[in-house]
Design a protein around this ligand. Structure first.
Ligand SMILES: [Mg+2]
Length: 192
């Protein structure tokens, strides 16, 4: 049984919002990077916590989740940001570029419909800073339908914390244990 997906946002999660004075957390290292489509003389400054790479790899190496980027950084998440945290290349949800002025154009996170389609019936833990109550309702409904879904919401000014990944790890461990313990269906028994 494959492990659940771990959908991971970047802005507000790996890159917390700066303070009102432009300050960034002392835990984070600043980098200038050149996103796709931008000229080399016009880089973007980001800040990352090196400890996040190790924390993420602890969960992934344990085989508890299958990581996927789910961020408006799209392919640049894997190409530019992951390597700065010593992360291997993961797939990413190829999100569109909607013309929206709010991240909740329909009252819920704009990424969600795309994630819904992308996931199909797969279980997932999704870490993002921008869920609304409608997203939490969606997660509860998916779970009831048998596609276990956990939303973990970071404070965008603080970003990812070790306890978020501990929660994801514990959830995935329970989910995989339940699946392993479930009695085989007749078809599985025949196949065996
Ligand atoms: Mg975000």
């Amino acid at each position: 049984m494959s492990p659940p997906y771990l959908l991971l946002d970047i802005d507000g999660v790996l890159i917390p919002f700066p303070g009102a004075d432009g300050s960034t957390p002392a835990t984070h290292v600043r980098y200038d990077i050149v996103p796709t489509g931008r000229s080399a003389d016009n880089p973007v400054t980001i800040w990352l916590n090196p400890a996040h790479g190790r924390l993420l790899m602890d969960v992934i190496r344990a085989g508890l989740v299958t990581p996927v980027w789910c961020t408006s950084w799209r392919q640049d998440a894997a190409a530019l940001i992951g390597p700065l945290l010593d992360l291997p290349t993961w797939p990413y949800v190829d999100l569109p570029r909607p013309r929206i002025t709010t991240s909740h154009p329909n009252g819920y996170l704009w990424k969600r419909d795309h994630v819904h389609t992308w996931l199909g019936d797969a279980p997932a833990v999704w870490i993002d800073d921008d869920f609304t109550s409608l997203d939490h309702d969606w997660a509860a409904e998916r779970t009831i339908r048998g596609a276990a879904t956990l939303l973990i919401q970071s404070d965008p000014r603080v970003g990812l914390q070790a306890e978020h990944l501990a929660e994801a790890r514990a959830w995935a461990r329970r989910l995989l244990a339940v699946r392993t313990a479930a009695p085989a269906t007749p078809s599985e028994t025949e196949a065996a």
